[in-house]
Design a binder for this molecule. Structure first.
Ligand SMILES: *[C@@H]1O[C@H](CO)[C@@H](O)[C@H](O)[C@H]1NC(C)=O
Length: 140
Protein backbone atom coordinates (compact mmCIF):
# COMPACT_ATOMS: atom_id res chain seq x y z
CA UNK A 1 0.00 0.00 0.00
CA UNK A 2 2.75 2.45 0.98
CA UNK A 3 4.59 1.44 -2.16
CA UNK A 4 1.67 2.25 -4.40
CA UNK A 5 1.16 5.66 -2.82
CA UNK A 6 4.76 6.72 -3.24
CA UNK A 7 4.70 5.40 -6.77
CA UNK A 8 1.71 7.56 -7.59
CA UNK A 9 3.58 10.59 -6.39
CA UNK A 10 6.72 9.66 -8.32
CA UNK A 11 5.04 8.57 -11.48
CA UNK A 12 2.56 11.32 -12.20
CA UNK A 13 4.59 14.55 -12.44
CA UNK A 14 6.63 13.54 -15.55
CA UNK A 15 3.45 12.44 -17.26
CA UNK A 16 1.69 15.68 -16.48
CA UNK A 17 4.70 17.73 -17.52
CA UNK A 18 4.69 16.07 -20.89
CA UNK A 19 1.18 17.23 -21.72
CA UNK A 20 1.18 21.07 -21.56
CA UNK A 21 3.55 21.48 -24.55
CA UNK A 22 1.15 19.45 -26.61
CA UNK A 23 -1.79 21.50 -25.39
CA UNK A 24 -0.22 24.73 -26.64
CA UNK A 25 0.24 23.33 -30.13
CA UNK A 26 -3.45 22.44 -30.29
CA UNK A 27 -5.00 25.05 -28.09
CA UNK A 28 -8.48 24.44 -29.45
CA UNK A 29 -8.57 20.70 -28.83
CA UNK A 30 -7.18 18.79 -25.87
CA UNK A 31 -6.23 16.07 -28.33
CA UNK A 32 -5.32 16.47 -32.00
CA UNK A 33 -8.23 15.65 -34.24
CA UNK A 34 -6.45 12.67 -35.81
CA UNK A 35 -5.53 11.11 -32.48
CA UNK A 36 -7.14 8.08 -30.97
CA UNK A 37 -9.18 10.21 -28.59
CA UNK A 38 -9.68 13.02 -31.02
CA UNK A 39 -11.34 10.83 -33.61
CA UNK A 40 -14.72 10.46 -31.91
CA UNK A 41 -14.51 14.10 -30.85
CA UNK A 42 -13.87 15.30 -34.39
CA UNK A 43 -17.42 14.31 -35.26
CA UNK A 44 -18.71 16.38 -32.36
CA UNK A 45 -16.49 19.31 -33.38
CA UNK A 46 -17.94 19.19 -36.88
CA UNK A 47 -21.31 19.71 -35.26
CA UNK A 48 -19.89 22.92 -33.73
CA UNK A 49 -19.85 21.29 -30.29
CA UNK A 50 -16.79 22.04 -28.20
CA UNK A 51 -15.06 19.49 -26.00
CA UNK A 52 -17.80 18.50 -23.61
CA UNK A 53 -16.86 17.97 -19.98
CA UNK A 54 -18.64 14.63 -20.15
CA UNK A 55 -16.10 13.34 -22.70
CA UNK A 56 -14.38 10.24 -21.29
CA UNK A 57 -10.93 10.89 -19.88
CA UNK A 58 -8.09 8.83 -21.31
CA UNK A 59 -7.89 5.57 -19.40
CA UNK A 60 -4.25 5.02 -20.17
CA UNK A 61 -1.80 7.79 -20.97
CA UNK A 62 0.26 5.17 -22.75
CA UNK A 63 -2.25 5.11 -25.57
CA UNK A 64 -2.09 8.91 -25.87
CA UNK A 65 1.66 8.80 -26.32
CA UNK A 66 1.89 5.92 -28.75
CA UNK A 67 2.71 7.02 -32.29
CA UNK A 68 1.47 10.58 -31.96
CA UNK A 69 4.60 12.45 -32.95
CA UNK A 70 6.18 12.79 -29.53
CA UNK A 71 7.81 10.40 -27.15
CA UNK A 72 7.14 9.87 -23.50
CA UNK A 73 10.01 9.17 -21.17
CA UNK A 74 10.16 5.98 -19.17
CA UNK A 75 10.27 6.60 -15.43
CA UNK A 76 13.58 4.82 -14.83
CA UNK A 77 13.08 4.05 -11.15
CA UNK A 78 9.80 2.30 -11.98
CA UNK A 79 11.40 0.45 -14.87
CA UNK A 80 13.76 -1.19 -12.38
CA UNK A 81 10.88 -2.28 -10.14
CA UNK A 82 8.17 -3.59 -12.44
CA UNK A 83 8.14 -6.08 -15.27
CA UNK A 84 5.52 -7.73 -17.40
CA UNK A 85 4.98 -11.49 -17.53
CA UNK A 86 4.45 -13.45 -20.69
CA UNK A 87 0.71 -13.18 -20.30
CA UNK A 88 0.91 -9.41 -19.78
CA UNK A 89 0.50 -9.03 -16.02
CA UNK A 90 2.54 -6.41 -14.16
CA UNK A 91 4.51 -7.95 -11.30
CA UNK A 92 6.58 -6.53 -8.46
CA UNK A 93 8.69 -7.76 -5.59
CA UNK A 94 7.41 -7.98 -2.03
CA UNK A 95 8.51 -5.55 0.63
CA UNK A 96 10.14 -6.76 3.85
CA UNK A 97 12.83 -9.14 2.57
CA UNK A 98 15.84 -6.86 3.13
CA UNK A 99 16.67 -7.01 6.82
CA UNK A 100 15.38 -8.05 10.26
CA UNK A 101 14.90 -11.48 8.75
CA UNK A 102 15.85 -13.53 11.77
CA UNK A 103 12.51 -12.79 13.41
CA UNK A 104 10.59 -13.86 10.31
CA UNK A 105 9.94 -17.55 9.91
CA UNK A 106 10.99 -19.53 6.86
CA UNK A 107 7.50 -19.68 5.42
CA UNK A 108 7.15 -15.91 5.58
CA UNK A 109 10.63 -15.32 4.12
CA UNK A 110 9.84 -17.67 1.26
CA UNK A 111 6.54 -15.92 0.57
CA UNK A 112 8.24 -12.53 0.55
CA UNK A 113 10.84 -13.66 -1.97
CA UNK A 114 8.18 -14.32 -4.62
CA UNK A 115 7.01 -11.78 -7.17
CA UNK A 116 3.35 -10.82 -6.93
CA UNK A 117 0.97 -9.18 -9.33
CA UNK A 118 0.47 -5.45 -8.94
CA UNK A 119 -3.02 -4.56 -7.73
CA UNK A 120 -5.25 -3.77 -10.71
CA UNK A 121 -6.15 -0.43 -9.16
CA UNK A 122 -2.47 0.55 -9.36
CA UNK A 123 -2.08 -0.42 -13.01
CA UNK A 124 -2.77 3.11 -14.24
CA UNK A 125 0.01 4.46 -12.01
CA UNK A 126 2.53 1.96 -13.32
CA UNK A 127 1.44 2.41 -16.92
CA UNK A 128 1.65 6.18 -16.60
CA UNK A 129 5.23 5.82 -15.43
CA UNK A 130 6.12 3.19 -18.01
CA UNK A 131 4.28 4.13 -21.21
CA UNK A 132 6.00 1.47 -23.32
CA UNK A 133 5.18 -1.47 -21.06
CA UNK A 134 3.34 -4.14 -23.05
CA UNK A 135 0.55 -4.76 -20.57
CA UNK A 136 -2.49 -6.95 -21.11
CA UNK A 137 -5.05 -5.42 -18.78
CA UNK A 138 -7.40 -8.37 -19.19
CA UNK A 139 -4.79 -10.93 -18.07
CA UNK A 140 -5.41 -12.46 -14.67
C1 LIG B 1 -6.35 -3.34 -4.38
O1 LIG B 1 -6.65 -1.97 -4.22
C2 LIG B 1 -7.96 -1.75 -3.70
C3 LIG B 1 -8.19 -0.25 -3.71
O2 LIG B 1 -7.15 0.44 -3.11
C4 LIG B 1 -8.07 -2.34 -2.31
O3 LIG B 1 -9.37 -2.16 -1.83
C5 LIG B 1 -7.77 -3.83 -2.38
O4 LIG B 1 -7.75 -4.37 -1.09
C6 LIG B 1 -6.42 -4.04 -3.04
N1 LIG B 1 -6.20 -5.46 -3.21
C7 LIG B 1 -5.10 -6.06 -2.77
C8 LIG B 1 -5.02 -7.52 -3.06
O5 LIG B 1 -4.22 -5.46 -2.17
Amino acid sequence: MAMSLSLARLALPPVLQALPGRRQAHSALAFPANSFFGAPLAVAAAGAAALSPAAPLPRSLAVVAAGKGYKMKTHKASAKRFRVTGTGKIVRRCAGKQHLLSKKNAKRRKRLSKTVQVNKSDYSNVMGALPYLKVNKKAG
